[in-house]
Design a protein around this ligand. Structure first.
Ligand code: NAP
Length: 284
């Protein structure tokens, strides 16, 4: 099932997007990474997430190359570092990102995490960038419950479109409070590292067993596909797995076909316990 999410400004995008952290870091993988992003666009995944921090701009460069001639198909998300989030530095950072991305417009510009610059000042810069037509809208990342409350108390804070946070089977803390808080404020929650960064989580025996019981149009399901389908089951959540090859990208797209049963979900709750109390937001 191909879900979409709707931002509060009315824009709808597919609930499955593409991450790009580490892309561009290894020159031998570059052509595969570009092929992966282009395959994603071919298959209708138009959200691409990057950041000025990733490889000091190398990821944005890869994205720029991948979307050359296809800018109209892309909903482009990038992020400013907290150390660059002041009134003037944010404008400079945004323009540098635009250059690396080879475009004159960023659809959604995020504060990567909260730093020492007052939120009011960053929002002022974001609003200016929006007025001048450099960005379409703005949001935040790695904001916990109290950070979001503070943000939404600021005039213009209500213009925030999204909160991008860690969410996968082994990091479920946001289910206790933040996810519902985001929903109540009509924010899309962008789930980063939905595949647990391809690490040990994917070797969990319950996940492996559940994968054996599912099929996609590509063949038997994999643990990664189950982990992704599990994140995608949540309304208002936009998952942005990073696939460094067209093969992984296609598998991630096919994960949208998987419908987890009540038994699957119960087994996953046993293997990866949901939070029973508020926990500080985990970050990577
Ligand atoms: P992730 O998407 O959970 O995992 C990426 C890893 O999974 C890579 O090693 C990838 O390998 C592998 N993989 C992808 N598809 C697969 C498949 N179908 N089967 C098996 N393995 C697969 O981790 P992530 O890159 O940390 O997170 C995703 C994106 O979220 C990032 O790229 C970035 O855009 C964003 N992010 C944001 C923040 C933030 O602070 N806002 C923090 C972390 C991440 P290959 O490369 O070989 O395909």
């Amino acid at each position: 099932m191909k879900r979409t999410v709707k931002f509060k400004n009315g824009q709808s995008v597919p609930a499955l997007g593409m991450g790009t952290w580490n892309m561009g870091d290894d020159a031998t993988r570059r052509s595969d990474e570009i092929a992966s992003l282009r395959t994603g666009l071919d298959l209708g995944l138009n959200v691409i997430d990057t950041a000025e921090m990733y490889g000091n701009g190398r990821s944005e460069n890869v994205v720029g190359e991948a979307i050359k001639g296809r800018r109209d198909e892309v909903f482009l998300v990038t992020k400013v570092l907290p150390s660059n989030a002041s009134r003037q530095a944010a404008i400079k950072s945004c323009k540098a990102s635009l250059k690396r991305l080879g475009t004159d417009f960023i659809d959604l510009y995020l504060l990567h995490w909260r730093g020492s610059v007052p939120l009011e000042e960053t929002i002022e810069a974001f609003e200016k960038l929006q007025e001048e037509g450099h960005i379409g809208s703005w949001g935040v990342s790695n904001f916990d419950v109290a950070d979001m409350e503070e943000l939404l108390d600021i005039p213009q804070g209500a213009s925030c479109m999204t909160n991008q946070v860690l969410y996968c089977l082994e990091h479920r803390g946001i289910e206790f409070d933040l996810l519902d808080q985001d929903r109540a404020s009509h924010l899309v929650t962008m789930a980063y590292s939905p595949l647990g960064q391809g690490g040990g989580m994917l070797r969990n025996q319950t996940l492996v067993n559940i994968a054996r019981q599912h099929q996609t149009s590509l063949g038997p399901a994999s643990p990664a596909q189950i982990a992704l389908a599990w994140v995608l089951r949540q309304s208002s959540v936009l998952a942005i797995p990073k696939a460094g090859s067209a093969k992984h990208l296609k598998e991630n797209v096919a994960a949208q076909e998987i419908i987890l049963t009540a038994e699957d979900l119960a087994a996953l709750d046993k293997a990866f316990a949901p939070p029973t109390r508020a926990v500080p937001l985990e970050v990577i």
